[in-house]
Design a protein. Structure first.
Length: 589
C-alpha cells in the first residue's frame, strides 16, 4: 500500500467516492460494514472486491490531497527529457520526468511519498522536483518510450558507424587479415560502437539470441525475440571481419582461427542487470557466422505459477519437492525453458539446511548458496565425471544440466537411489517418451520405477498483449479441436480453477487474437510455458516393469487425468493468455 493513502481521512474519502458516482451508496455502506467486520480499511475492502481499481483511488486521493493528477498515455516525451531519469530507476520506482521548466522538473509517480526516488532524481538533475500522481497505464506507456528511443538511438549509431567501416577493410579482404590487423580492427572505434549497440539493442528488445550472418554482399543481424527470429539490421559486408573480431576479443577466442568452430563467453552489465553472452562461431561460405545466446543472471521473481503451472500438475511438482529422494525430469527441445523450470524448482528446495550442488554446461543462472560446477569436456571433465565427484560432496540435491549418455543416466539414477533428490533435463518430445528413452540408455525398469517421481514436458508460447481482439469458436473449430484434444477435460479444469463459470460451454467462452499496436508491434509480448506433467503412479510403474511404449505410457497418464501440452495450451488460450494459433504452431513444431 502506498503511504499516501494513509494520509487521506476515511470519511473524506467516502464522501468523495459517493460524490463521484462511481460507487452507489448501497455498495459504500456494504463495503464499510464488511471492512469493519474483517478489521480492514475501507479502501482495502473496495480494492479486494474489485469495486474500484487502484488507479481510481489515485485520482480521487489526488483530488482530496490537492496533488495534480496527470496522464501520460498519449504524451510524446522527448528523449533528452526522458533520459534525465535512468530507465532502471524509472522502472523500479515508477517515476517519469515529463516536463521541464525554469529550474524545476515535473515527475509523474504512482507513489508521491517515495522520497528515495525523488531525492535521487533531485541530486542527479540538479533541479527542484515537483511530484505528480499518475496511473499504471501512463507509467507503462512512458517506459515503452524508453525502448523506442533507445532503438532509434542505436539505429542512428549503427548507420553512422557502418558507413565509416567501408574504408577500414577496403585495402584487404577480410579472409586474409592477419592476427595483428584483426586485433587493431577489433579496437577500432566504429567497430566497438557497433558491437556495443548490437548487444545493448538486444537486451532492450529482450532477445534470447543474436545471429550475425555474412552474406555475399552484406552482413545480416537477426534477433530471436519470444522464440521468433526477426531481421534487426543490415550492415555493410566490410563490417563482418571487424564485428567478428570484436566479439572474439570479448569472449577470449582465437582471432586468426577461421577454419574451425569456436565457443566462448563474456559478460556485461546493462541497466544494473548482468547479462552473459554464450558465443559460438562457425565458418560458412561467406565468412564466419556468429550466434550469441543471452543469459540473464536473474532467477528471483520466478514461481511455478508465473511459469504457467497450475492445477493437479502443479500439485504433483510440489509433492515431488517435498520428497527426500527421487528424480524430477524436465524434457523438451532446445529453448523450451527447461533450465528456467529446473532453477525455479531448485529455488523452492534452496533452504539453509540443504546442500545443493550442480554440474552444468554452461552455468546459465548463478544462484546464492548453490555450488555450481561447469563441465569442461576438452580436459576430460564431463557430466559423468562431475556427477561422480558431486556424490562425494555430501549433497542433498543434485542438478545435472542434461542427461546425454548412458553413464550420466546411470549415475543420476544411482544418486537418487542413495538418498538424493536429482533434477535434470532430457531431449524428448513428450513426457511419455522420457521413460522409453532412459530404457534405451540401458537403465533397468526396476530402477526407473524406484526413482522417477515426476516428468515435465514443455514448450513456450507467446503471450498476448493487453490490446487483444475477442472472438468465439465456431462449432466447426470446436469439432476440429476435439479430434486432437480432450476438450471435456480442459473445460472441467477451467471450471474447477474458476476461470469460467460452472455452466460455461465452449461456444460461450471468449478466445482472443493478437492486435498490433504502436506499443506492442507483434501483438505478443513475452512467453509462458505449456506443459504436460506425468506423475509416476502405481499403474504407470506396472507398465514400465512390463516393458512398454511411450504411446501406452501416455494413454495411461491421460486416463489418470494428465493434460497434454495441446490441452494445456487450449486452457491458457481460454484464460486469454495466448492464442489457439500460437499453441498449434508450437505443438506442431
Amino acid at each position: 500500500m502506498y503511504i499516501i493513502y494513509m494520509r487521506v481521512d476515511e470519511g473524506q474519502l467516502k464522501t468523495f467516492i459517493a460524490d463521484s458516482g462511481l460507487v452507489s451508496a448501497k455498495e459504500i455502506d456494504a463495503a464499510a460494514e464488511k471492512a469493519r467486520k474483517a478489521k480492514k480499511t475501507f479502501k482495502e475492502t473496495l480494492l479486494a472486491d474489485g469495486i474500484l481499481s487502484e488507479d481510481d483511488f489515485r485520482r480521487m486521493e489526488a483530488h482530496v490531497l490537492g496533488i495534480p493528477f496527470v496522464s501520460l498515455k498519449n504524451l510524446k516525451i522527448e528523449y533528452e527529457l526522458l533520459s534525465l531519469i535512468p530507465e532502471p530507476i524509472a522502472r523500479r520506482h515508477n517515476i517519469i520526468g515529463f516536463k521541464k521548466g525554469d529550474g524545476v522538473l515535473e515527475v509523474a509517480m504512482l507513489d508521491t511519498d517515495d522520497l528515495t526516488a525523488i531525492d535521487f532524481v533531485k541530486k542527479k538533475v540538479g533541479l527542484k522536483i515537483l511530484p505528480r500522481l499518475t496511473d499504471k497505464a501512463s507509467i507503462k506507456s512512458a517506459l515503452l518510450q524508453y525502448q523506442k528511443n533507445l532503438k532509434a538511438e542505436f539505429g542512428d549509431i549503427i548507420k553512422e558507424e557502418a558507413e565509416s567501416l567501408k574504408t577500414i577493410a577496403e585495402s584487404k579482404e577480410g579472409e586474409h587479415l592477419s592476427e595483428g590487423d584483426l586485433k587493431k580492427l577489433a579496437e577500432d572505434l566504429p567497430v566497438v560502437k557497433i558491437v556495443d549497440s548490437l548487444l545493448r539493442h538486444a537486451i532492450v528488445q529482450n532477445a534470447s539470441d543474436i545471429h550475425i550472418e555474412p552474406q555475399e554482399k552484406e552482413l545480416i543481424v537477426r534477433y530471436r525475440i519470444d522464440g521468433i527470429l526477426h531481421d534487426a539490421m543490415v550492415l555493410p559486408k566490410a563490417a563482418g571481419p571487424g564485428v567478428t573480431a570484436r566479439i572474439k576479443v570479448l569472449s577470449n577466442l582465437k582471432l586468426d582461427e577461421k577454419r574451425l568452430p569456436q565457443d566462448g563467453r563474456f559478460k556485461i552489465e546493462e541497466n544494473e542487470e548482468k547479462v552473459s553472452f554464450r558465443v559460438s562461431t562457425i565458418p560458412t561460405a561467406f565468412g564466419e557466422k556468429t550466434v550469441m545466446r543471452l543469459l540473464r543472471e536473474r532467477t528471483s521473481g520466478f514461481t511455478l505459477e508465473t511459469l504457467g503451472f497450475h492445477g493437479q500438475g502443479l500439485e504433483y511438482i510440489r509433492e515431488s519437492t517435498r520428497q527426500k529422494t527421487g528424480m524430477i525430469l524436465v524434457t523438451g527441445p532446445t529453448g523450451s525453458g527447461k533450465t528456467t523450470t529446473l532453477y525455479t524448482v531448485l529455488d523452492i528446495l534452496n533452504t539453509p539446511e540443504v546442500n545443493i550442488s550442480t554440474i552444468e554446461d554452461p552455468i546459465e543462472y548463478q544462484v546464492a548458496r548453490v555450488n555450481q560446477t561447469q563441465v569442461k569436456p576438452d580436459i576430460g571433465f564431463t557430466f559423468s565425471n562431475g556427477l561422480r565427484a558431486l556424490v562425494r560432496q555430501d549433497p542433498d540435491v543434485i542438478l545435472v544440466g542434461e542427461i546425454r549418455d548412458t553413464e550420466t543416466a546411470s549415475l543420476a539414477v544411482n544418486a537418487s537411489l542413495t538418498g538424493h533428490v536429482v533434477l535434470s533435463t532430457l531431449h524428448t518430445n513428450s513426457a511419455g517418451g522420457t521413460i522409453p528413452r532412459l530404457l534405451d540408455m540401458g537403465i533397468e525398469p526396476f530402477l526407473l520405477v524406484s526413482t522417477v517421481n515426476v516428468v515435465i514436458a514443455q514448450r513456450l508460447v507467446r503471450k498476448l498483449c493487453s490490446g487483444k481482439e475477442k472472438y468465439f469458436l465456431t462449432k466447426a473449430e470446436i469439432s476440429q479441436l476435439e479430434k486432437h484434444a480432450n476438450l471435456d477435460l480442459v473445460l472441467g479444469e477451467l471450471k474447477e480453477e474458476g476461470v469460467v463459470e460452472a455452466k460455461a460451454t465452449w461456444e460461450k467462452i471468449p478466445f482472443y487474437k493478437p492486435k498490433k499496436t504502436p506499443q506492442c508491434e507483434s501483438g505478443y509480448t513475452g512467453r509462458v510455458g505449456i506443459h504436460e506433467i506425468m506423475h509416476m503412479s502405481s499403474p504407470l510403474r506396472e507398465l514400465v516393469m512390463r516393458g512398454t511404449t511411450s504411446q501406452e505410457i501416455e494413454t495411461q497418464a491421460k486416463k489418470e487425468g494428465m493434460m497434454t501440452m495441446l490441452e494445456d495450451g487450449i486452457f491458457k488460450a481460454a484464460q486469454g493468455v495466448t492464442t489457439i494459433e500460437e499453441v498449434l504452431r508450437v505443438v506442431s513444431e
